[in-house]
Design a protein around this ligand. Structure first.
Ligand code: NAD
Length: 352
């Protein structure tokens, strides 16, 4: 038995945000971590190289929709907390192939809830009181904002893509398992993340790598869709705060108060690369190409994180400018990480 009090099972720990959570928890040193991940196309075991051989970290390959595998992992590990991040997460992929999103995001969350409930019912009163099932979700469940207003915990759900609809369904189930069965849950809905170890098909890494190689930078529509960007390590810290100190049955919206149009994001990356990796005769902004918009493309997302800030004392440490510089510098330094993934993925479309 370990002397650690916290035993945190992270699903999807080989993904972009899950790996940041595992690295953050390992760095804090007060938790034992079990990473349960199916290793889909979106996974990168190399994102967790720093944790290899770490005596408080273990990995189990498994599918969250496989009830037997989930039950075995929970029974063996005996978590105090489950942080459920495993999901299909790319909107463009949800448009071309929604089936995997239904299976992992909806069926998988149902299986996780049932397994957590069965386990939680076996705990003594103290352990049952301390147990938390933290469901990690997105602000995309709230639909699209006009020019004014912010998403908060009380915003009605209005998902528009197969991805956001599947996440909305899972959020509703998590709350139902709290109200119906008493499972101690907490939910968080976050805005767009960016930072190191982001899969190369997503907007910021894709633009960075295309611009680095002098390739066209496709931007949907007029590039005027607005996203509220949060640096991934700020999100990881918020998630651990919510999992360990959030109030049972509550939800928390998480965001960095960093609204940018997609065009502003792409231009900022171009300017950073012109500064950090100048190429004579090339202005990266000249590589921008406007392409037909994605169907159902939400106009604006923006988050009011007041509840998380005031109740749990979390604030984002990075501004968009400091976080983006760190991110671009990281991609310049870590070709060993992104090259194999980029070679596997053609990198043509621009997803969010
Ligand atoms: P990601 O696509 O980078 O990683 C997902 C991980 O889940 C991968 O390691 C994959 O192998 C694993 N996975 C997928 N299906 C699985 C299955 N059936 N069983 C077990 N593991 C499986 O995703 P991400 O960007 O790190 O997002 C993590 C979570 O955060 C998701 O639930 C997503 O909805 C949410 N979220 C993401 C963002 C964002 O900007 N990326 C913003 C808000 C919320």
């Amino acid at each position: 038995m370990s002397q650690h009090k916290l035993r945190i099972m992270v699903t999807g720990g080989c993904g972009f945000i899950g790996s940041a959570v595992c690295r953050y928890l390992a760095g804090q040193g007060d938790a034992v971590i079990l990473n349960f991940d199916a290793l889909t196309y979106a996974a990168s075991e190399a994102s967790l190289d720093d944790l290899r051989g770490h005596n408080s970290y273990a990995f189990v390959k498994g599918d969250v929709a496989d009830a037997g595998a989930v039950a075995r992992a929970i029974a063996d590990f005996r978590p105090t907390h489950i942080m459920h991040l495993a999901a299909e997460s790319h909107v463009d992929r949800s448009i071309t192939g929604p089936g995997a999103f239904i299976q992992t995001n909806i069926v998988g969350t149902y299986v996780m809830l049932q397994a957590a409930l069965d386990y939680w019912r076996t705990l003594d009163a103290e352990a049952a009181g301390a147990f938390r099932f933290h469901h990690i979700s997105t602000d995309e469940v709230f639909g699209s904002l006009g020019a004014e207003g912010l998403f908060s915990e009380t915003t009605p759900y209005d998902p528009r893509s197969p991805y956001s609809a599947s996440k909305a369904a899972s959020d509703h189930m998590v709350r139902a398992w709290y109200h119906t069965y008493g499972l101690p849950v907490v939910v968080s809905n976050c805005s767009n993340n960016y930072g190191p170890y982001h899969f190369p098909e997503k907007l910021i890494p894709l633009v960075t790598l295309n611009a680095l190689e002098g390739q066209p930078l496709p931007v949907y529509g007029q590039g005027d869709n607005i996203r509220d960007w949060l640096y991934v390590d700020d999100h990881a810290r918020a998630l651990v705060t919510i999992a360990t100190r959030g109030r049972v049955g509550e939800s928390y919206t998480v965001g960095g108060r960093n609204e940018r149009t997609n065009l502003e994001v792409v231009e900022a990356i171009c300017d950073l690369l012109d500064e950090l990796r100048p190429q004579p005769g090339l202005k990266r902004r000249d590589l921008i190409r406007f392409v037909p918009d994605r169907p159902g493309h939400d106009a604006r997302y923006a988050i009011d994180a007041t509840k998380l800030e005031t109740e749990l004392g979390w604030t984002a440490e990075e501004t968009f400018d400091t976080g983006l510089r760190k991110t671009v510098e990281w991609y310049l330094a870590r070709e060993d990480w992104w090259r194999p993934l980029r070679d596997r993925y053609a990198g043509q479309r621009l997803g969010l």
